[in-house]
Design a protein around this ligand. Structure first.
Ligand code: NAD
Length: 481
């Protein structure tokens, strides 16, 4: 396969950044070079901000229906190139091709969902206390929005920010993660081919540590939508708060799955497995703490052990891969430090098979650890890899207390047949997404997505919630007396 190359897309022009380059190796086979990342400097961020600002009046003046036409075309173009973009992303960051195809289709659906919002009612008429006064609200765009995205959903996350930002009339500067920038370049090419006007979307490739700060501190932005780690997200929040611009930060997770003694284990175990190990555990909503009621602890762990032994670790382009490698050498190093910690300090109660073929890549055998207390780093820190920990709970109340004993609050699951426990869990679990007899990952795009506590800045993405973020409300009153 050919070598890809990253480019900036600024004001409708393709510009090769020139502040250094980085060769991207395939995480499934580190002898294969996938492409070259050209890194931007501050001047290109400034250029992108100028392009987004110049494009804003024309883009925001289009009708919603007019903007929708572009989003429908973007969706069609992405669907036509689905296999190509999914394959590139699998090669760039190691997500198995089946999942990557699903993610790309989610991107297509998100574009169509937000396109349809272009013609939906977006305000309310509020009765005035005065006669002959029409009082109503309307939503107006924020202006130029900075979109900063991680590598773990290289297609869906950018689209679930860019699509609502555009339909609401904003223009966008998009800074993708380094390890998803080849996919980002190709996505921008696809959107350009769909005829998106120059400057409505601007792509700037580079390191967060250099151009991220320029974006947040030196250019004229009206809002920022960020997804990534809690550490970076907190910096983003501080920078935006000090400028008094709107921001949302979707950050880390340490998601629990509670298994009560009346759970249907034949259904629960595949969902827990999928939550913990699909995408090699690199989902913000991944199941990483499995909390099991004492009465079924041992049979559950035995059943989990058998199930984990049957999952396939394989190169991302193998259609049978249950999980592939982790995304990068740095990610491998970080996850392996927890694997080693688990081997030294915990009991390994389940372990997936090793890679069947000899390949050099960032492969980590999935493991489940047990025998550590609730404050152990394996239980408290986001690992973002194929490592889950089992904890034993005396009863439902104890399970809820363990579930909430974390600084994070993104997603949580409960497996039970007891309706009262299900409802109590939905009330008492401190997480933005609470799911009964469903895995912790996999929230649908038409629903609000986001976390509580340190997982989020408490707004929501996707669904109708995104339309609130990307607009401001004006209260209008007109007297016709
Ligand atoms: P990261 O925080 O390292 O990077 C995220 C983005 O921020 C990248 O584009 C990066 O280049 C940029 N960045 C880095 N430093 C910056 C700075 N100083 N200023 C501005 N931008 C900067 O995160 P990651 O490793 O790419 O992604 C993994 C993390 O993302 C995990 O913690 C995961 O839980 C989280 N995540 C959260 C959600 C969610 O919706 N809550 C979804 C997916 C991933």
């Amino acid at each position: 396969m050919g070598l890809n190359s990253s480019k900036n897309w600024i004001g409708g022009e393709w510009i090769a950044p020139n502040a250094g380059e980085l060769v991207i190796k395939n995480p499934s086979d580190s002898t294969e070079e996938v492409g070259v990342l050209h890194l931007s400097d501050a001047s290109q961020v400034v250029q992108a901000a100028q392009a987004a600002r110049s494009a804003l009046p024309a883009w925001s003046r289009l009708t919603g229906a007019g903007r929708a036409d572009y989003l429908y075309k973007m969706a069609n173009a992405l669907e036509a190139n689905l296999t190509e973009i999914a394959t590139l992303a699998s090669r760039e960051m190691g997500k198995p091709i089946g999942e990557m195809r699903g993610e790309t289709m989610r991107g297509v659906n998100l574009l169509r969902y937000y396109a349809a919002e272009g013609v939906r009612a977006n305000g309310v008429v509020i009765p005035s206390s005065e006669t002959n006064v029409l009082q109503y609200t309307k939503k107006v765009p924020l202006g130029v929005v900075g979109v900063i995205t991680p590598w773990n959903f290289p297609v869906a996350i950018p689209i679930w920010k860019i699509a609502p930002a555009l339909i609401c009339g904003n223009t966008v500067i998009w800074k993708p993660a380094e390890f998803a920038s080849l996919t980002a370049t190709r996505l921008a090419e696809i959107f350009a081919s769909a005829g998106l006007p120059a400057g409505a979307l601007n792509l700037v490739i580079g390191k967060g540590s250099t151009i991220g700060d320029v974006l947040l501190e030196q250019v004229n932005l009206n809002a920022v939508s960020f997804t990534g780690s809690t550490n970076t997200g907190m910096r983003v929040a501080q920078a935006c708060a000090s400028r008094n611009i709107k921001y949302q930060t979707e950050m880390g997770g340490k998601n629990a799955a509670i298994v009560l003694s009346d759970a249907d284990l034949d259904k629960a175990i595949p969902m827990i497995l999928s939550g913990a190990f699909r995408s090699a555990g690199q989902k913000c909503t991944a199941t990483s703490r499995i909390i099991v009621e004492s009465a079924i602890y041992h049979p559950f762990v035995e059943a989990l052990n058998r199930a984990v032994a049957g999952i396939k670790l394989a190169p991302a382009l193998d259609p049978g891969a249950y999980l592939g490698p982790v995304a990068s050498a740095s990610q491998f190093k970080s996850v392996m430090s927890y694997v080693n910690m688990a081997r030294e300090q915990a009991d390994i109660v389940a372990e997936g098979p090793a890679l069947a073929e000899a390949k050099e890549g960032n492969y980590i055998r999935p493991i489940v650890a047990a025998g550590v207390d609730a404050d152990h780093p394996l239980v408290q820190e986001e690992i973002f890899g194929p490592v889950a920990t089992v904890l034993e709970a005396r009863n439902f109340e104890d399970a809820i207390a363990l579930c909430n004993r974390t600084e994070f609050g993104l997603s949580a699951s409960l497996f039970t047949r007891n309706l009262a426990h299900a409802h109590r869990f939905l009330d008492e679990a401190e997480a933005g997404m609470v799911r009964v007899n469903q895995e912790s990952a996999g929230v649908e795009y038409q629903s609000p997505f986001g976390g509580m506590k340190m997982s989020s800045s408490h707004s929501r993405e996707q669904g109708q919630a995104a339309l609130d973020f990307y607009t401001e409300t004006k209260t209008c009153a007109i007297s016709y007396a």
